[in-house]
Design a protein around this ligand. Sequence first.
Ligand code: PEP
Ligand code: MN
Length: 264
Amino acid sequence: MASPTTFFTRLLARKGRPLLIAGPCSAETEAQTLATARGVQALGNIDLFRAGVWKPRTRPGSFEGAGAAALPWLQRVTQETSLPVAIEVATPRHVEEALAHGIQVLWIGARTTANPFAVQELADALAGTGVPVMVKNPVNPDVSLWAGALERLARAGITDVAAIHRGFSTFAPSKYRNPPTWMLAIELKTRFPHIPLICDPSHMAGRRDLLLPIAQKALDLDYDGLMIETHPDPDHALSDAEQQVTPVRLGEILSELKYRRRSS
Ligand code: PEP
Ligand code: MN
């Protein structure tokens, strides 16, 4: 079967290089969201703005995102910068609210991918919407769960998809927050060769100093894109403070990367 032309494959063909996705872990305020967007747009090579609106926090009492109130801020991001915006959705209500506010790309987060009931509900809610969807790997190192989520979407007729590799949780001591365990993503790519594979060094690393080597490794493995969390004042971010970088630092990281010639 011919591979479908999708939002992601069209963008990849147009750019002729891996896709670059940047933006804050969480949209915290309108000012912080727009400052980040202006900063990443100034880099000149960012293709998609990311932000968390409903945040899946491990423990209650942490910042759980600004919720639907952040959606108009993201509409302003697109109005001001022309960048399309991607957010995480975890329930059919999130999908409905995001689409009602014209959000252009959605993603399924690692905790949600681990739950087939939740994935199925999302597949049903996304069916027929035409919105591109990115699927993060599940938190646990189970490539079949990741594949299963892509299959549930495919069965619902959703083929405008990309996969995001954000590393897998481990009990073993590690310098990584979520060790990449590259072979699992390579296995997914072997099973779904036409689905673009994007690396999320931020959630793998959990710390700024590892972003560059992880991103370089992903490029060396011919990944189709990078998603890196970016905040105007990372140390004071309300979520994932240790792994976020300023737009200026992101620009430095991106310019230090060595890009291979694309194989396709
Ligand atoms: C995020 O992208 O901010 C996030 C919550 O990621 P993950 O689902 O990979 O933990
Ligand atoms: Mn985050």
